[in-house]
Ligand binder design. Structure first.
Ligand SMILES: [Zn+2]
Length: 307
């Protein structure tokens, strides 16, 4: 025996709650790895600058080595010249050796100055390298910790998603597969709202005024009707038509056809609905006639909803 329409609607409303919860959880799951993207980017920047600074470190190290070697040679040259001084007999020889000593001393001084300079540079580079190493290991640790958190949270959320899927399957056993498929797609694309009431002649999902034949189809409640504008599933809910509504309805767009309402249809007054309207839902509904047809076929809309 097939489900009654009011049962289908009730099932869809419950299904909607589960689905929107699940869709939300799935979004969280998807977003989670992105939370360490910034740290990962920082890490790769730090690693890149580490290798650059390491190169400078090595250059500075080898240039220090060369300078020290040159200093050693200059010292040796000066010492040798100084030794020659003892065996000197002529002024000419003296001048030549003296010149050698002076030049070697000048070179020594110049080299000592350059070595000091290079040592300062080397110390700076060494310091930078050390700081980058600390930063890299800090980031490594942060990322590892965050990964562990993500893994744990993901497991919890996945378990919850699985639980919801089981509940969904239990709830929707009697629903048509095609309907379930469409409904989930609507929920996904319409931020969690897939089944909405029409108030008067207005779809509360997209606030469009619906064609009268549509409203009638929804009121008859003998099949699933999708809003021709927003593709949500519609059901009828009695409510008072407010003044702004009257204005719209008396406009040139529509052909107003007042009739007294046939019966109050009070069965829909469920207090747990989060309807923000404090208007009484007692049946003062009027039958409105609107001279327009839905612009697009439902199936087309639903099948082309993905952006
Ligand atoms: Zn709509």
């Amino acid at each position: 025996m097939p489900m009654r329409m009011d049962e289908v609607f009730e099932t869809l409303r419950q299904y909607q709650e589960m689905l929107s919860k699940r869709v939300e959880l799935e979004k969280q799951l998807e977003a989670m790895p992105k939370t360490i993207e910034i740290q990962n980017q920082m890490l790769s920047r730090e690693k890149k600058s580490f290798s650059e600074v390491k190169e400078q470190y090595e250059l500075s190290e080898s240039s220090l080595k060369e300078l020290r070697q040159a200093l050693g040679e200059a010292e040796l040259k000066r010492e040798n010249a100084e030794k020659q001084m003892d065996g000197i007999t002529t002024q000419r020889e003296y001048d030549a050796v003296n010149k050698e000593i002076r030049e070697a001393s000048e070179k020594e001084q110049e080299l000592r100055r350059r070595i000091q300079e290079e040592e300062r540079r080397f110390a700076e580079i060494d310091d930078r390298l050390h700081r980058i190493e600390i930063s890299v290991s800090t980031l490594d640790a942060e990322i590892a910790q965050k990964r562990a958190e993500i893994d744990e949270n993901s497991r919890e959320i996945s378990d919850e998603v699985d639980k919801l899927r089981t509940e969904e399957n239990d709830l929707t056993q009697e629903l048509d597969e095609d309907l379930k498929f469409k409904f989930e797609r609507i929920i996904r694309s319409k931020s969690g709202m897939g089944i909405v009431p029409i108030h008067g002649v207005v779809c509360t999902g997209c606030h469009m005024i619906l064609p009268a034949n549509f409203v009638n189809e929804v009121r008859q409640a003998d099949k699933i009707v999708f809003c021709p504008y927003c593709s949500r599933i519609l059901y009828y809910e009695e409510m008072e038509v407010d003044e702004s509504m009257e204005e719209i309805l008396t406009g040139s767009l529509v052909d107003l056809n007042d009739e007294e309402s046939e019966e109050p249809e009070d069965s829909e007054s469920n207090d747990d609905s989060d309807d923000t309207s404090d208007k009484s839902k007692r049946g003062s509904a009027r039958k409105k006639k609107i001279q327009s047809e839905p612009l697009i076929d439902n199936d087309f809309l639903v099948d082309n909803m993905d952006e």
